[in-house]
Design a protein around this ligand. Sequence first.
Ligand SMILES: O=P([O-])([O-])O[C@@H]1[C@H](O)[C@H](O)[C@@H](O)[C@H](O)[C@H]1O
Ligand SMILES: [Mg+2]
Ligand SMILES: [Mg+2]
Length: 290
Amino acid sequence: MADWTDCLNFGISIAKQASEVGVMATNENAVKLKSSPADLVTETDQRVEKILISAIRNRYPQHRFIGEESVAAGEHLELTDSPTWIIDPIDGTVNFVHRFPFVAISIAFTVNRQTQFGIVYSCVEDKLFYAQRGGGAFLNGEPLHASGQQGDITRVTSHMCYITHDIMSRDDVALSTMTSNIRRLLQFPVHGVRALGTAAVDMCQVATGGADAYYHIGMHCWDIAASAIIVQEAGGVVMDTDGSEFDMMSRRVIAASSAAVADRIAQVIQAFPCCRDDEDNCGCGATGVN
Ligand SMILES: O=P([O-])([O-])O[C@@H]1[C@H](O)[C@H](O)[C@@H](O)[C@H](O)[C@H]1O
Ligand SMILES: [Mg+2]
Ligand SMILES: [Mg+2]
């Protein structure tokens, strides 16, 4: 089996460099809207993606890329069997623009469409989450473990803390589905519900054991590909919100401390239509969903 440790180490070093010269070095206020008033892009997002891709391409000229801002600029999104880097240059752009202190660089690496490692660097906190397939998950070098919360959620809820995605969409159907999902989850006597505004860092909270579950509908593969393997390697579970196997292109994910907790959330929440990341114009009728 191939060993991708060299790529992992390179990914970690360029994530830290890009944070220093890009994310942390800029006070960005030149903002453009993408799919909704909460879906933003800045020149720093684009610059950081260029820094990352050119450094990786220089070192690994055969590798392919799926980058949020390259796709936004019209590049075709296709996950092939080739070694592929999936990049979100700034996850939490709304936070970045408002100087709310959770922004991350998220990098996943796939071979034969299977994720080999994931890196989530939470820049302001200086927290480096990473995991390599079969090698465990780490935060700043210390092993990570999901909470281990097990069993029927109706019995364990008094100990549960959920993390939910922030509401980016302004589409009516998506908005009402998301708010009613939160209502349904709050009908369990959970300790609390949180959202930090970066899907990558939100989901890593399940890997730390700080949150027992996270779900998101409408995000993209670059938001969660890296944190998915970090959760799995920390002993947690990731699945589709319909209870099927996790598919990073489906734009739906549940991450949880155990399969039982993930299953229970899948039974409670509802999805809304959004096109898969790897299908153009799928005909689902979704507009502006994020
Ligand atoms: O645009 P971006 O800041 O990279 O990523 C967004 C963040 O992860 C946000 O938390 C999530 O709710 C959105 O779905 C993502 O698009
Ligand atoms: Mg993102
Ligand atoms: Mg981004």
